[in-house]
Each structure stands twice: as structure tokens, then as C-alpha cells.
Design a protein around this ligand. Structure first.
Ligand code: XMP
Length: 516
């Protein structure tokens, strides 16, 4: 394991991903973890992330010197670099000389473990206020910039390395190479970590955890729950039952996809509960987005609990149903502050928000994986491309994409428009370029149009294509005009009561991705 020590901001997750891209397993630990505890994990290498602080700020995170004396290879980046410098007796000045963004780095000609085989001049991404002016004793300065005399240093004998910039961001042209030099050359690690290992390891762990008991899993149709279910199915077979709640707010073909493709690929026992009547009557007359979400969440839990009771009742003599499978991902785990696996936590609820008092132990086979790794595991397990490469879709479904009251007619109309947009985007090969493209019906808005020879008074449809890395922030996608034109023409021609198609050109923030 490589430990990535998190000094704040969002760098640590990105670093951990890059390390895994280099096929070395990594985990994130908070910078507040005592060094003895870090070392007790037996790390093969440690990476110190960047962070928002200045080493001179009162209360800025520090690090026990013992980490650098344990014989474990350490790589400091940005704040981690400065901390390494000051802790080991180098000089970091609060010069007021700031560098933000793309910067030219000059690599010195001295032999270097990190920079071997990379150009003398390279673009790097900087973000700092303080600057290192003298490396600690025993260190060689290996790079500089116009502003910073010591932009990188290394001590090969002690296997300690540092760079002032962010190798983990894509703007740093040789970032991945330098990281790999640290891992392979500096720390002597081999690129052996693969998703095949993950599948084998998880299958064994799940078998040990569940034993002869039974498990249920709420399938939402999304990637995470599908891959989690497929993994558990591989481990315990018929001891698993999946429950798919069709709340009537799904997109066209979605329920069928789960019923056919997913079952065909996994052989899982699936129980599809058609609860659309129940959801639609609960939603009748409701326009407020928060109220809609609450109602959908509440009904979801009721239906799920009922299905659970039925599963137990159908085979009372069978082994008890003690486990609930959830598709919790590593970012959820890191964000809720829990780095290590505990069996019985209740924090994250990915399955449409299941309640905390459900009497289950959780099985969360994806809690160490990032989204792209989950997709790879899904592929490994033979799930169809349509499931593995799915774009995110919210639990409350089309219910929060109708601005106004949700009715069956409106849902049918939106389903058609959404299917057209998805079809055209897929045909144009744009699925991988966009993060997702909500299609929204402004049911409470009407506008005048002309179709054929007649006046129409219909509803607008909004296209909301966005690009994003993690849905925390997003930008509107610059889709080709001819694709937008085709979607617009088809929707207005083929969907009754829609006479206008508009494009949402708002980033997030200030907008959110969904309209409600
Ligand atoms: P927003 O609208 O907050 O959406 O920018 C961010 C991401 O989250 C998805 N989303 C949801 N997913 N349950 C979910 O499972 C929800 O209630 C929910 N609301 C928003 C949204 O599609 C986007 O990917």
C-alpha cells in the first residue's frame, strides 16, 4: 500500500487515483493521523499531498519528523514539499512571490530519479504563496522556476523526494511520469495492482463475511449498485436477491434493461416491484422539489421494506437475511471521514437513501474503489457496456426533471424527449465526452408556436448537457450545433405538446446539474 496523506482540499483523492493508474494500490489517510499509526499500516511508500495552508499559518498541519526517519520512501507535493523542507531543516520563505497556474519548470542537469528521461523545460501546475529557497542538508536541488529557486529536490540515499508543483493534475505535462518514477524507481514498487485482483479479493471477503446467511441488494439501474450486486452474486450466488423498485419515474427502456441485460449477464435473482401507481398517487398535486424528493425517498423505503419482508416470509426456514449490499464508493468513504473498513456503519445510503434503522449489516465491496475502477470491475465481471458506461441518473428519476406536478402523461412525454436526446448523443459518439445530459420538461410553462398551419401552445424542453469530473462542479458542454439541431427537430416533430427545445448554458455553480 501507498499512503497518501491528505493535507486538505481535493488533491489527495486525485493523487490516490493517479497512483492506482500506475497500478499500485493506494489509500488516503488524514494528516491528523499520528505517524506511528501510519507506519503501523506498513506502507511501501508515503505521498504528502498539497493543501490550502501556508506552513507559516498558525495551526497549519504539521508532520512528525519520525516519518522521514522510518526508512519509508516519501514524496512531498506542494504543501507536502514545503512541510518536508521545513521539517528537515531547509528554508521556506513567505516571500509574497506567488505562482498560480501553468508555470515553466527548468530541470537541472544533475542526475535525478524523478526527472530521468523528461525534458529540461516542462509545464507544471503551481499553486503556492511560499517558496523554498534552500533544500535541507543532503538533498540535491533538481528543478527551479523563475520565481522559486528550489522547485524540486531529492535525497536518493534516504529515498525522500519533493516537488513544489502538482504532478497529479493534467496540466502538468510529465506529472504521471514523475509520479511513476517515484513509485517504481524511488520506492522500488512494481505495477501489479489490477481490477482482477480486486474481484478475487472481494469475492473471498464477501464469502467470509456473509457465510451461509442471505443478502439483499437494492438495484437502481446505476453503475454502482449494478457492479456491487454482480460482485456479490459472483461470491454467494443464490444467497443474494436483488430488488428493483420501479417507481414509474424511470427513463425509457430502463426497467427492461435491468430485467433482461443485467439478469442475463449475472444470473442474479431479481425481484422487480412495480410501484408506479403508489409513487404517482403520492406525488399527485406536488410541485415543490424538496417535497417531491421527500415523498419519493419515503415511498422507496416502504416498498423496499415490504419486498424484504416478502423475501423473508417466502422462505422462513431458510437462512436469515442479514446483509444489505450497497454500492458505496471510495470518495463517499473518504468524504464521510472513515478511511478504514468497518462492518456495521450507517453513514452513506446509495440505494435511494435507505434509512439508518434498517436492521442490516452492510456489504460494501466497492468502498475502496473510484468510479472509473468500478467500471473496470463491471467490465471484468462481464456486465454489458450499456450498464458499465452509464451516465449518472438521480435516484428520484424523472420526478425531479418535470418542473411542476408529476403526472403520468407528463412522464410519458418527457420519456420520449429524453430517449430522443440520448439516442442522438449516442449515435454522435458523444457519450464519453459529456458527464450526463438531463432533459427537463417545463410543465408549468407554455409558449406559442406554429406547426403545420396551426398555432400551438405547448411546453418547452430543456437540454442540460454538462461536462464534469465529479459532479461537484460542472460546465455546460459545447455540443456541435448540428447535433443540437437534430435533437431539436426530432423532439418538436415527434413529441406531442412540445414546441420548443432550449439549451441550458449555465455552469455549476451557480446552477446545479439537475433543475430541482
Ligand atoms: P446536482 O443537481 O446537485 O447533481 O448538481 C449532482 C449529481 O447528483 C445527481 N443527483 C442525484 N443522485 N439522488 C441521486 O442518486 C438524488 O437525489 C440526486 N440529485 C441529484 C445528479 O444527477 C448529478 O449527477
Amino acid at each position: 500500500t501507498v499512503l497518501v496523506v491528505d493535507f486538505g482540499a481535493q488533491y489527495a483523492q486525485l493523487i490516490a487515483r493517479r497512483v492506482r493508474e500506475a497500478r499500485v494500490y493506494s489509500e488516503i489517510v488524514p494528516s491528523t493521523m499520528p505517524v506511528a499509526e501510519m507506519l503501523a499500516k506498513g506502507p511501501k511508500a508515503v505521498i504528502l499531498s498539497g493543501g490550502p495552508s501556508s506552513v507559516y499559518e498558525p495551526g497549519a498541519p504539521t508532520l512528525d519528523r519520525a516519518l522521514f526517519e522510518a526508512g519509508v520512501p516519501v514524496f512531498g507535493m506542494c504543501y507536502g514539499f514545503q512541510l518536508m523542507a521545513t521539517t528537515l531543516g531547509g528554508t521556506v520563505d513567505n516571500t509574497g512571490a506567488r505562482e498560480y497556474g501553468r508555470t515553466e519548470l527548468t530541470v537541472s542537469r544533475a542526475a535525478s530519479t524523478l526527472f530521468e528521461g523528461t525534458p529540461d523545460q516542462q509545464s507544471v501546475w503551481m499553486s503556492h504563496g511560499d517558496a523554498c529557497s534552500a533544500a535541507p542538508e543532503g538533498f540535491t536541488v533538481t528543478a527551479s522556476t523563475d520565481v522559486v529557486p528550489v522547485a524540486a529536490f531529492e535525497n536518493d540515499e534516504k529515498r525522500l523526494y519533493g516537488v513544489q508543483y502538482h504532478p497529479e493534475v493534467l496540466h502538468t505535462t510529465h506529472g504521471q511520469q514523475i509520479l511513476e518514477h517515484f513509485l517504481y524507481r524511488g520506492a522500488g514498487l512494481a505495477p501489479t495492482w489490477t481490477t482482477t485482483n480486486v474481484v478475487d479479493e472481494q469475492v473471498a471477503l464477501i464469502r467470509a463475511q456473509v457465510g451461509s446467511s442471505r443478502a439483499i441488494c437494492g438495484l437502481s439501474g446505476g453503475v454502482d449498485s449494478a457492479v456491487a450486486a454482480a460482485l456479490v452474486q459472483k461470491a454467494i450466488g443464490s444467497q443474494l436477491t436483488c430488488v428493483y423498485v420501479d417507481h414509474g419515474l424511470m427513463r425509457k427502456g430502463e426497467t427492461e434493461q435491468v430485467e433482461k441485460d443485467f439478469v442475463a449477464a449475472t444470473g442474479v435473482q431479481l425481484r422487480v416491484v412495480d410501484a408506479s401507481e403508489r409513487f404517482l398517487s403520492a406525488l399527485a398535486g406536488v410541485s415543490d422539489p424538496e417535497q417531491k424528493r421527500k415523498i419519493i425517498g419515503r415511498e422507496f423505503i416502504r416498498v423496499f421494506e415490504q419486498a424484504q419482508a416478502e423475501i423473508v416470509a417466502e422462505a422462513p426456514g431458510d437462512h436469515p437475511v442479514e446483509f444489505l449490499v450497497q454500492g458505496t464508493l471510495y470518495p463517499d468513504v473518504v468524504e464521510s471521514g472513515g478511511g478504514t473498513g468497518t462492518a456495521n456503519i450507517k453513514s452513506h445510503h446509495n440505494v435511494g437513501g435507505l434509512p439508518e434503522d434498517l436492521e442490516f449489516q452492510l456489504v460494501e465491496p466497492l468502498r475502496k474503489l473510484f468510479k472509473d475502477e468500478v467500471r473496470m470491475v463491471g467490465q471484468e465481471l462481464g456486465l454489458p457496456e450499456e450498464i458499465v458506461q452509464r451516465q449518472p441518473f438521480p435516484g428520484p428519476g424523472l420526478g425531479i426533471r418535470i418542473v411542476g406536478e408529476v403526472t403520468r402523461e407528463r412522464l410519458d412525454l418527457l420519456r420520449e424527449a429524453d430517449a430522443i436526446a440520448r439516442e442522438e448523443l449516442t449515435a454522435a459518439g458523444l457519450d464519453r465526452d459529456i458527464w450526463q445530459c438531463p432533459v427537463v420538461l417545463l410543465a408549468d410553462v407554455r409558449s406559442v408556436g406554429v406547426q403545420g398551419d396551426g398555432r400551438t401552445y405547448g411546453h418547452p424542453i430543456v437540454l442540460r448537457p454538462v461536462s464534469s469530473e465529479d459532479a461537484m462542479t460542472a460546465d455546460w458542454s459545447r455540443l456541435p450545433y448540428d447535433i443540437l439541431a437534430r435533437i431539436s427537430t426530432r423532439i418538436t416533430n415527434e413529441v406531442k405538446d412540445v414546441n420548443r427545445v432550449t439549451l441550458d448554458i449555465t455552469s455549476k455553480p451557480p446552477g446545479t446539474i439537475e433543475w430541482e
